[in-house]
Design a protein around this ligand. Sequence first.
Ligand code: ADP
Ligand code: TRP
Length: 323
Amino acid sequence: MARILTGIQSTGTPHLGNLLGAIRPAIDLAHQSDNESFLFIADMHSLTQVKDGATLRENTYAVAAAWLAFGLDTERTVFYRQSDVAEVTELAWYLNCFFPYQRLTLAHSFKDKADRLEDVNGGLFSYPMLMAADILLYDADFVPVGKDQLQHLEMTRDVASRFNHKMGETFVVPKEMIREETQLIPGLDGGKMSKSKGNTLNIFDEPSALKKRINKEIITDATPLEDPKDPDGAVVYNLYKLVATEAEADQMASALRAGGYGWGHAKKALLEAVVDGFAKERDEFNRWMSDKSALDAELAKGAERARAVAQPVLQRVREKIGF
Ligand code: ADP
Ligand code: TRP
């Protein structure tokens, strides 16, 4: 049985793009295979950017609540918060000592962030070694990641091999599982939906807030209500297609093409599909968010299972090092 492990960033409440593009497929993968799966919220990595305790804590809760609301089975998946298994920082230090400084300076993600961000700290620089520790601490065999994380995975394999070579066989050298972007979810403005672009549809929002955003932010052309319209070029239809059934989407497409059906009608249908279609998930999300101690308990359970795997691995490393 192989062990699959991946980390998720805690950048705030997941939006429709995160949910359909990443969370739902990951849950399907975890539930389909007979592999063992580990999933954690990388809040220590978030600290490189977020320097506000309440925000960091709330973001982690929101991400955890979203995964749970979408049905992550925490019996089958070890689901935990990175900072709850602080052993990872000890391993990160060891790995840092086995990895050439020069190689870290070649990390694309660091260069990219150093150009963009104001707070360019040392944590950002050694980020890849904390990520390597996340993976090596659990003897993971496979790591599902997006293409942007490929170089971090190469560094993980590299540092594991270097350590094994110098100190004797210690780490499992993991393989990446590249997550193709199966489906790119458009944002309210038609570009890629992304937090950084402010064009997100936040399906956990209250219906009144959703209504406001859909009506205000989705751009439509000025075709009069009675005229025929092209569904395929319209954001409202493209989003509707993602959340409605196929029959409902066909119906909207025909109505738009026929004329006498306005963008306002389409927006109303989209709102209903989002409000009704995710009603169960919204309720679950709100239930978790209003009971943080239940969330903490769930994550603590995962951390305990994670630690049981991590501690013997760390012991193995300490012995090899000479501690
Ligand atoms: P954001 O761009 O909003 O900051 P992240 O970069 O935190 O989102 O992405 C988290 C996960 O969600 C990644 O796996 C990413 O591939 C996926 N994702 C984000 N936006 C979209 C989108 N518009 N369509 C499909 N998947 C997306
Ligand atoms: N760096 C990853 C990202 O930005 C998140 C992450 C942290 C991760 N640790 C990991 C992913 C370990 C996979 C394995 O998406």
